[in-house]
Design a protein around this ligand. Structure first.
Ligand code: IPM
Ligand code: MN
Length: 327
């Protein structure tokens, strides 16, 4: 698909594939080779397929591949757009196509996902586990600035996900920094919502949101919720961005590896395809990216070709062929 677009828009891509997977972990004891990050460092972009398989603990597969890439390459923005497309029925009654168009801007390098902590007295009645959340002025400031700028280029509305009524150190800090950065973006109307109430509003009135900025964990949860509201987690794309472009950015579907249907050729390819659109947009080919999102909107609006998660019978390959034909 990207090659078709490259021919139309005058670019070409070369690909290097890496067999870094749970199978590799079981075979060789590591998700990627010791110099894995160095092999990626000089690439323009990384496409990552969903990772995880029964038999390999999730924390081993993820902290051995996905999370080191996000962190080492300072991909501190996790961009997660979602739309309710025409032709897809949202499970939320009364949600009309076109009305829901949200981008979750998830902080992607610090916050609740932290290596700081430990476990003591394992297996005893005194057993304990401590997990520290890390919020830095630099980290919150840069994600806030990114989100406000994005909101200014969209519909000018930003919501900050917080929980400063219950989490008494990090979240008031987050709120203060968001308010501080808001002062530099008078063109954006913003508010903040506690994550519990925000989750309810995502379901009750998803059309009211434009850009939502959230910490690592809150953004993780909200993006799955938003994808479900849009009809299927199979659609949702993401971009792990290093906005400074000092390192490659990484593009991946939001959905997991779905081991229950692995190898059957029936997964929805839209999450991966939309992620590829985010990638070529990041690489400077905005018109080609729009061709993809237009084709996605068209296939859903004008045909009844659907994968199973959306109530159809098409295989991954059939759906993809149809999309390429439309392109
Ligand atoms: C995601 C995923 C990952 C995350 C997991 C697999 C560690 O859920 O990208 O949303 O929580 O970041
Ligand atoms: Mn997730």
């Amino acid at each position: 698909m990207l090659d078709v677009l490259g021919r139309r828009h005058g670019f070409s891509l070369s690909y290097t594939s890496y067999d870094w997977s749970c199978e590799r972990y079981l075979r060789e004891g590591a998700m990627m080779p010791a110099d894995g990050l160095d092999q990626l460092r000089d690439k323009d972009a990384i496409v990552l397929g969903a990772v995880g398989y029964p038999g390999v603990p999730d924390h081993a597969s993820l902290w051995g591949l996905l999370i080191p890439i996000r962190r080492s390459f300072r991909q501190y923005v996790n961009l997660r757009p979602i739309r309710v497309f025409e032709g897809i029925e949202s499970p939320v009654r009364g949600t009309r196509p076109g009305e829901v168009d949200i981008v979750v801007v998830r902080e992607n390098a610090e916050g609740e996902y932290s290596e700081i902590g430990g476990r003591l007295n394992q297996g005893t009645s005194e057993e304990l586990a401590i997990q520290e959340a890390v919020f830095t002025r630099a980290g919150v400031t840069r994600i806030a600035d990114y989100a406000f700028s994005l909101a200014a280029r969209r519909r000018g509305r930003l919501t900050s996900a917080t929980k400063s009524n219950g989490i008494i150190h990090t979240m008031p800090f987050w709120d203060g920094l968001i308010a501080e950065r808001a002062a530099g973006h008078p063109d954006v109307t913003w508010d903040q919502e506690h994550i519990d109430a925000l989750a309810a509003k995502f379901v009750l009135d998803p059309a009211r949101f434009d850009v939502v900025v959230a910490s690592n964990l809150f953004g993780d949860i909200l993006s799955d919720l938003a994808a479900a509201v849009a009809g299927s987690i199979g659609i949702a794309p993401s971009a792990n961005l290093n906005p400074e472009r000092d390192f490659p950015s990484m593009f991946e579907p939001v959905h997991g590896s779905a081991p229950d249907i692995a190898g059957q050729g029936i997964a929805n390819p839209l999450g991966a395809i939309w992620s590829a659109a985010l990638m070529i947009d990041h690489l400077g080919h905005g018109a080609a990216a729009k061709d993809i999102t237009d084709a996605i909107a068209a296939i859903l609006a004008k045909s009844d070709t659907r994968t199973r998660d959306l109530g159809g019978t098409a295989t991954t390959a059939e759906f993809t062929d149809k999309l390429i034909e439309l392109l």
